[in-house]
Design a protein around this ligand. Structure first.
Ligand code: FE2
Ligand code: FE2
Length: 135
């Protein structure tokens, strides 16, 4: 069974963004699978790198729209993105240097952050994005 499941309560009712969020969920699942099946450090590093890169790509999409539409909470939202990216990059460094391993606590942090951010922060831009024609 997948570690994280997509469900409708994660939907922001914007197809492009939902697809990106679904991809993030599947990357978190890939990382979890890799951890559970005892994959080697190189393979896990690669999966982690893919997750970090896609996360930044996704945040870039949201930030591009927020800026374009003059979204009032842009700065606040971007700060949350930046803080998460910094944590993920920190973890990547610690993992690569062998200081920290992948653990269920790390997985809980990643999945919990994504879920909480989508439900608590991303959902606030729905009206603004839709009014500006993002479907
Ligand atoms: Fe998002
Ligand atoms: Fe966001």
């Amino acid at each position: 069974m997948a570690y994280m499941n997509w469900s409708d309560d994660l939907s922001v009712q914007i197809n492009e963004i939902d697809e990106q969020h679904k991809k993030l969920v599947s990357q978190i699942n890939a990382l979890h699978d890799g951890m559970r099946s005892g994959k080697g450090k190189d393979a896990l590093e690669k999966t982690l790198k893919e997750l970090a890169e896609y996360t930044q790509y996704h945040f870039g999409t949201e930030e591009k729209y927020m800026k374009k539409f003059g979204y009032p909470d842009y700065e606040k939202h971007k700060k949350e993105h930046d803080a998460f990216v910094a944590k993920v990059v920190d973890f990547q460094d610690s993992f690569s240097s062998g200081k920290l391993g992948l653990s269920i606590d790390v997985m809980k942090f990643l999945s919990g952050w994504i879920t909480g951010h989508i439900k608590g922060t991303d959902k606030n831009y729905i009206d603004c994005f839709r009014e500006n024609g993002v479907a």
